[in-house]
Design a protein around this ligand. Structure first.
Ligand code: WTA
Length: 648
């Protein structure tokens, strides 16, 4: 029997042809700002910056101070002007089997039309636009048109509820919503514009900031129409003149807001700006995936509604002139072969997905991918949650033909771009480890007091912190700079470090392993959901008096949501029907991805003397473990009651 290796170095051939060599770490460490300036030089600047980094107003950074650029020009025009207009930008696969090939020249035409039309609506630089759309080319066109005009886009994942959409529209005071009539869901059209109408009309007719709703026809279903407010894309944008001159904006001009779960019920609008963000997304896409624009066919399976889609479908890859696959549907429609068929059809060379999907593929069985020729694949990526060694090895062996390097990329909505990851031509990767901060990035693992946990000899756990500013870092929380400071910078204020909210370990070689969240944020299939958000959806139901939610380990989804609820006196039903109703309520209030895996009706909840719910103990219950330390509980008897309650 062959031994299972602990580490997997790149092949000599891969290493020899890689975009960067091992000396890059040293070079970047010696002159960090000079290194980032070199990366920024890969972009087109209308006016060069006069200072790489201004950290004088920490924790709000300014990168490439005084520089001016147009993000969309960098992602589209530049490639066309440099003679690559005929290069395919997007191989789009629709869920029902339709497809479109969009070149960079096509993209330029479409983005120009959209930019001209949005201008005619009276939108000007700095205005906010909400985009609530499925995975179709117009979504990317809409994003790039906003970027081109200096409009700040706010994508809302098309699986989010009308309530969640309205909350995000209100917070950003969006003037325009771009959406579709509906979206394909496993062969059926599901309405989407309807959710926009509900978001805008609901709330007791409180008027919203929205002036227009621009609707792309995707599935051809009937939609309600508000004259004067609603506009069809095909009657407006598509009829508009494409020629459009891109204006340059300040390097720190806001590019987008993207909402993410925090530890309270209110989502945080993470703000990203232009020059530094584009520099780091393009750089990381180039070095982490070893991307070669002439030969690679790149596919990132994320939804554009999440940060991975923003940075590694739209901005990074397009800035690098990539040819990529964009797929609208689910991996098992019409059957479980879909991804492998797409890889075969286009000869995908770089495939970037989430561990939860890898585990799902494992469950479906290797005979499915084995029925396809996946030999084009040369780099595999993982993002969103820790990847367990078993899934890692399966991914490399079955999908990567036993040779493709895996880059396990750690980053967050807040970091904007990849921060910690192997480099595929350099790193001897270890199954489950994100390994090393990228050249130009500084990260460390510290204890409660902020002392670096010891390197070497023994392995040590601690908190993951970022101890130097980085170009793609968030510039704040939209409308709430105080919360920005409190959330990320207070924990290690003395040292001036960014606290990521993740636990991590350094192994005996000093390599970094991300262990998962240390706060009340759950990670379900790579989606961040806060316990507070789900709790507030539950107590919003008249039948619920109190609720406590924990993330319990789940074989496929990483974590599953487990809720404990105390019913109120006026609960009409106390049994299975109530549980079903509560599950549906959470899905309705937030999104189907937040639907609890289990809801337990209990007589009481374990609390400390100061009245805090002891989630650690509830997690023990949810995961079927022996109870941990219960000494701070007011009434240890509570658990007997919960257990009895559970088994009923
Ligand atoms: C987790 C997604 C382990 C982590 C890009 C982080 C990871 C949160 C990894 C951010 C990884 C992301 N290994 N954990 N490679 N990548 N995470 O904002 O807990 O949706 O804080 O950004 O996902 O999730 P977000």
């Amino acid at each position: 029997m062959t031994e299972t290796p602990d580490a997997y170095p790149p092949s000599p051939e891969f290493a020899a042809a890689a975009n960067v060599d091992a000396g890059v770490y040293e070079r970047a460490a010696q002159d960090r700002e000079g290194f980032w300036a070199e990366q920024a030089d890969h972009l087109h600047w209308r006016r060069r910056w006069n200072q790489v980094l201004d950290w004088s107003e920490a924790p709000v950074a300014k990168w490439f101070v005084g520089g001016r650029l147009n993000v969309a020009y960098n992602c589209v025009d530049r490639h066309v002007l440099e003679g690559r207009g005929d290069k395919v930008a997007l191989h789009w696969e629709g869920e029902p089997g339709d497809s479109r090939t969009i070149t960079y020249a096509d993209l330029l035409t479409e983005v120009g039309r959209a930019a001209n039309y949005l201008t005619s609506l009276g939108l000007t630089a700095g205005d906010r636009v909400a985009i609530y759309m499925p995975m179709i080319p117009e979504t990317i066109v809409a994003m790039l048109a906003c970027a081109r005009l200096g409009l700040t886009h706010s994508l809302v994942f098309a699986g989010f509820s009308p309530t969640a959409l309205r909350q995000r529209i209100d917070d950003a005071e969006a003037r325009l919503v771009i959406t579709t009539d509906g979206q394909w869901r496993r062969g059926n059209p599901a309405p989407l514009k309807e959710a926009v109408d509900e978001a805008l009309f609901a709330h007791g007719d409180v008027p919203s900031s929205v002036e227009h709703v621009l609707v792309v026809r995707r599935v051809g279903i009937e939609v309600a129409w508000t004259e004067g407010r609603d506009l069809w894309w095909h009657e407006t944008v598509a009829q508009t003149e494409p020629a459009h001159e891109a204006e340059a904006f300040d390097s720190e001009h806001p590019l987008f807001i993207l909402y993410t779960s925090g530890t309270t019920g209110k989502p945080k609008g993470i703000l990203h700006t232009s020059g530094g963000y584009l520099t780091q997304t393009a750089y990381t896409h180039r070095v982490v995936f070893d991307h070669k624009p002439e030969t690679d066919i790149y596919w990132c399976t994320a939804d554009v509604g999440w940060v991975t889609g923003h940075s590694y479908i739209v901005y990074g890859p397009l800035a690098n002139g990539a040819t990529q696959v964009l797929y609208e549907g689910t991996p098992n429609f019409p059957d479980e072969h879909r991804h492998w068929q797409i890889i075969e059809k286009y000869g995908v060379t770089i495939y970037y997905t989430a561990p939860t999907l890898v585990r799902t593929f494992m469950k479906w069985g290797r005979q499915i991918p084995d029925a396809h020729d996946l030999s084009s694949i040369r780099v595999l990526g993982s993002v969103g949650e820790p990847i367990n060694p078993e899934a890692w090895r399966w991914y490399r062996d079955v999908i990567g033909g036993g040779t493709a390097p895996i880059v396990d990329t750690w980053w967050q909505t807040e970091t904007g771009a990849i921060m910690i990851s192997p480099l595929p031509g350099i790193t001897a990767t270890k199954p489950g480890a994100a390994m090393t901060p990228l050249p130009g990035i500084s990260a460390t693992v510290v204890d409660e007091e902020g002392n670096t946990v010891r390197r070497g000899e023994t392995e040590a756990n601690g908190y993951l912190v970022l101890d130097e500013p980085w170009p793609a870092m968030l510039r704040g929380i939209w409308g709430d700079m105080e919360r920005y400071r409190a959330t990320y910078w207070e924990r290690f204020a003395a040292q001036g470090w960014y606290f990521a909210g993740d636990g991590a370990k350094l192994d005996v070689n000093g390599d970094l392993w991300v262990l998962g969240r240390v706060d009340d944020v759950m990670n379900v299939s790579g989606h961040r959901i806060s316990t507070a958000e789900v709790e507030s959806a539950l107590v919003g139901h008249s039948g619920v008096a109190e609720a406590a939610v924990v993330g319990a380990t789940d074989e496929t989804t990483g974590q599953g949501i487990v809720a404990f609820v105390i019913l109120s006196a006026d609960a009409t039903d106390t049994g299975a029907a109530m549980v079903k109703e509560l599950e549906a309520e959470v899905a309705r209030e937030i999104s189907p991805i937040a639907r609890p895996r289990e809801i337990h009706v209990v007589p009481e909840l374990p609390k400390t003397r100061s009245g805090k719910i002891m989630r650690r103990l509830l997690r023990d219950v949810a995961e079927g473990r022996e109870l941990g330390d219960t000494s701070t509980l007011v009434d240890p008897q509570v658990f007997e009651n919960i257990r009895t309650g559970r088994s009923e």
